[in-house]
Design a protein around this ligand. Structure first.
Ligand code: CO
Length: 156
């Protein structure tokens, strides 16, 4: 015999995942950005503009080079422009195991991991972390890279 309570529990458990998933899809606009990096220590874009109307921002970084992460790894790290140098300097000593990012660095708004040649990675973050018209930049925190590997990030 199946009790009424058991049936209610089964219905609830079946419905719960749907309730959790549907609002996420309906939450708003996902703005997607693609950027590549290569063995010449270059991103393919020096400026990225996102908006208006984004609720989430997804950045996908593809390392189109051939060298491994230990030799020519790249990440994509978003910061306020004023924090660029300090985040890069603290990343130097953080090591590859930490993706050359200071663990828990509150100045890092969003960051991918470091990827080697032929690899791709992405990060998704809420647009609410940004102020419209704010001064933001992105950089690669691999040691020695940010002098060349940086760009302006515009949020509108
Ligand atoms: Co790099």
């Amino acid at each position: 015999m199946i009790s009424r309570n058991y049936l209610l529990a089964a219905v609830f458990m079946a419905a719960a995942p749907l309730a959790a998933v549907v609002p996420a899809h309906a939450a708003g606009k996902l703005c997607q950005v693609q950027i590549t990096a290569n063995d010449l220590m270059q991103y393919d874009q020096k400026e990225i503009t996102v908006g208006p109307g984004c609720s989430q921002i997804e950045v996908t970084l593809t390392n189109v080079g051939k060298l491994p992460a230990a030799a020519m790894g790249h990440d994509w790290v978003l910061v306020k422009s004023v924090d660029l140098t300090a985040v890069a300097n603290d990343g130097l000593v953080a090591g590859l195991a930490n993706n050359y990012q200071k663990p828990g660095d509150p100045r890092i708004i969003a960051a991918t991991k470091i990827v080697g040649g032929g690899q791709s990675t992405s990060v998704t973050f809420p647009a609410s972390k940004l102020e419209k018209g704010g001064s933001y930049m992105y950089l690669c925190t691999f040691p020695g890279h940010y002098a060349l590997m940086k760009g302006v990030f515009n949020y509108r």
